[in-house]
Design a protein around this ligand. Structure first.
Ligand SMILES: [Ca+2]
Length: 320
């Protein structure tokens, strides 16, 4: 068993997501949509498929570009991916798949980020399902996919009514996957939440994530949240001048100092990552979070040592 997790960060995720309903202005909810929180907590896979075949048949390995998605590994900071809600496996097993869960209900798709190659994945990302949107007999397809080659490791169809009955349980015989642990609970309606923070250009994303600046915070989101970010202020990426607003420097200028996930975005602009998404924010941007996890805001400059200034940022989060 080579799965390692930071208890502190996992706890932070749980606490932060659990407390998202606090603060902010209440907004009347249209129709009083019922929500359920699903946690696919972990799975058990044998060393080979049920028919004795290896998990991988193709030699191609896309896991490096997929695992961690646009977060974490893609920008060179595995721990950031971890902080966003997934416990990256510390010792990948080369023969193992990189399992992640996809849930398909009534034309909607919900998913987790893959966490690495392991036969015993433990996921910490929850999924919010607007259960009031579906009749209880609506089919719900649970798939466990492999981020290495995109293959299906196992799948099973149930109904949304059955899947969302509260409590923990273990599903068995899901294709070649021996078992899948699931826990479900009802969620309370959530208010609109606003968060204000300062993004200091003198800190890397890694330093910010590690708590270098008390004016900065990672922001918990649920999948389906509509997020609006507005920023003001000025950053001088090669002090003392020139300085730029949140939209950043002229296109192409100093691009070799950009983070990989934002290689073509403007240098020294405000950018954000969350599970599966890299968002070039600039002065203002609205988007929908595809997966639950943390929103991490930072300045697109890997050479932060010669920076001055920062951005004042307001983030408005509206539940679906
Ligand atoms: Ca710089």
């Amino acid at each position: 068993m080579s799965v390692k997790r930071s208890g502190v960060l996992t706890l932070l995720l749980v606490l932060a997501i659990g407390s998202v309903g606090c603060g902010g202005a209440q907004r009347p909810r249209s129709g009083g949509t019922a929500w359920h929180e699903i946690r696919f907590k972990g799975a058990a896979l044998s060393s080979r498929r049920a028919n004795g075949a290896p998990w991988h048949t193709s030699g191609s390995d896309q896991s490096a570009s997929v695992i961690g998605g646009l977060i974490g590994l893609a920008i060179g900071y595995p721990v950031a991916g971890f902080a966003l809600g997934s416990a990256l496996t510390s010792e990948p097993e080369p023969e193992a798949p990189a399992p992640y869960v996809v849930l398909k209900v009534g034309g909607d798709t919900y998913q987790l980020s893959p966490i690495g190659q392991t036969l015993a994945p433990r996921w910490s990302q929850p999924i919010a399902v607007p259960s009031g949107r579906y009749a209880s007999e609506t089919p719900a397809l649970i798939q466990i996919l492999d981020a290495v080659d995109g293959g299906v490791l196992g799948q099973r169809t149930t109904t949304i009514g059955e899947l969302l009955s509260p409590g923990p349980r273990t599903l068995t015989e899901i294709g070649d996957v021996a078992s899948l642990d699931v826990e479900v609970r009802a969620m309370k309606p959530r208010p609109v939440v606003s968060v204000e923070l300062f993004v200091d250009a003198q800190h890397s994303v890694d330093e910010l994530k590690d708590g270098a600046d008390p004016r900065w915070t990672a922001i918990p989101l649920w999948n389906g949240d509509t997020v609006t970010i507005r920023a003001t202020g000025e950053v001088c990426p090669s002090e003392p001048t020139p300085c730029f607003g949140p939209a950043g420097a002229e296109p192409g200028r100093w691009a070799n100092y950009n983070y990989d996930a934002f290689a073509t975005s403007r240098h020294a602009s405000l950018v954000a990552v969350l599970p599966g998404q890299a968002i070039a924010v600039g002065d203002e941007r609205t988007f929908v979070a595809e997966q639950a996890g943390f929103l991490i805001l930072f300045v697109n400059d890997t050479d932060e040592g010669n920076n001055a200034g920062g951005f004042d940022v307001r983030v408005d989060i509206a539940p679906r």
